[in-house]
Write a protein that binds this ligand. Structure first.
Ligand code: KG4
Ligand code: ZN
Length: 346
């Protein structure tokens, strides 16, 4: 009798993440054993500079042109092939419908042809879970301040899959307000980084712009009045005043964000904070949150910039967490432009 030794390759989960909810095409591979293997993002920002904002049809078309090329590069670079993948996690919403449908169609096609499990992921859950992509990243429970061109929310994350929005904007997102003010100041889209750069040369106390909804420790935000106040102020000003306008506007936004986050800490008793989204790269916001954390003995985590802005690594990771923890998953046959966190489950 002979004894055969067979090295059975342990089957580990390898997740393909796909993100295409707005103007970034992202593909990622996340492995149960090795964590994030690679992720690639193509930003469409340059396409929209001349328009001053995202044009949904152009965004969808660009996803469609680039997504397969990016997938091939991802597989080439990592030496993997589609048959190695055990789960496809893709952003099913919220976002621009045309853009979402490109990612969803690619995900569904690979899943159908190769019989790979498919998991629709809520884009917001991806952002909330980004700390998990970092070594020693914070684990729930924590509060997540999500600040981007599309979102301004304070989310209470009690556990994986257990989220509650405890504050959000009732009109413009704060990144959108930065971009609109950027336009008023003749800065190129996206205006956020340029407004904050211009603000470095300005006096933040020169103009007193409104801080909305600051009564009764209300955790919601409103930025449209602030943008209008800037518009009216500019009527009597010249270009020489723009740095002061930028600094005073930025001060108003950051003051509101940090104040409301401190109220959220007070209300929930949760002493761990995560700040994510494109506006999280704003240096003044970072400095103020750091000061708040030191003052109130809070743990503060900023995912690195590559994970703050839209990317597929966070989508792959959210898929991995949902599968690993056997969380109930949402069943859908279609992308959802509107998908509130409160409707995460069927
Ligand atoms: O998360 P993100 O890359 O894309 C989505 O909105 O989905 O965020 C982009 C937003 C834009 O509104 C941009 O102007 C803003 O983040 N942003 C900033 C800064 N860097 C990017 N806003 C203020 N200060 C910055 N340094
Ligand atoms: Zn996003």
């Amino acid at each position: 009798m002979c004894i055969l030794r067979i090295n059975i390759k342990e089957s580990t989960m390898l997740v393909l993440g796909i993100e295409s909810s707005c103007d970034e095409t992202g593909l990622a591979l996340y492995s149960e054993h090795d964590g994030l293997i690679a992720h690639l993002v193509n930003s469409q920002i340059d396409l929209f500079t001349e328009y001053g904002g995202v044009i949904p049809e152009i965004a969808a078309r660009d996803h469609s042109v680039k997504i397969i090329e990016i997938l091939k590069t991802l597989l080439d670079k990592t030496g993997k092939n589609l048959n190695d993948i055990s789960l496809i996690a893709y952003t099913a919403g919220p976002g621009l419908i045309g853009s979402l449908m490109v990612g969803e169609t690619v995900a569904k096609t690979i899943s159908e042809v190769l019989k790979i499990e498919l998991l629709p992921i809520n884009h917001l859950e991806g952002h909330i879970l980004t700390p998990g992509l970092e070594k020693d990243g914070l684990k729930p429970p924590y509060l997540c301040l999500l600040v981007s061109g599309g979102h301004t929310q304070i989310i209470r994350c009690d556990d994986y899959g257990d989220y509650e929005i405890i504050g959000e904007t009732v009109d413009d997102a704060c990144g959108e307000a930065f971009d609109k003010v950027g336009k008023l100041l003749n800065l190129e889209y996206p205006g956020g980084p340029k407004v904050s750069k211009l603000a470095e040369k300005g006096d933040k106390n020169k103009f007193s712009f409104p801080r909305a909804m600051m009564k009764d420790k209300n955790l919601n935000f409103s930025f449209s009045g602030l943008k209008t106040a800037v518009l009216y102020a500019l009527e009597d000003l010249s270009e020489g005043d723009y740095p002061d306008v930028a600094a005073s506007f930025q001060e108003a936004v950051i003051e509101v964000l940090t104040t409301k986050l401190s109220w959220a800490v007070e209300e929930t008793g949760i002493k761990k904070l995560v700040c994510s989204g494109g506006v999280a790269s704003n240096q003044l916001l970072r400095d103020r949150l750091k000061a708040l954390a030191e003052e109130q003995d809070l743990q503060l985590s900023y995912p690195s910039m590559e994970f703050c802005t839209d990317n597929a690594a966070m989508i792959a990771y959210a898929g991995y967490i949902r599968k690993k923890l056997k969380l109930k998953t949402y069943q859908t046959n279609f992308a959802r432009p509107r998908w509130p966190l409160g409707e995460l489950y069927d």
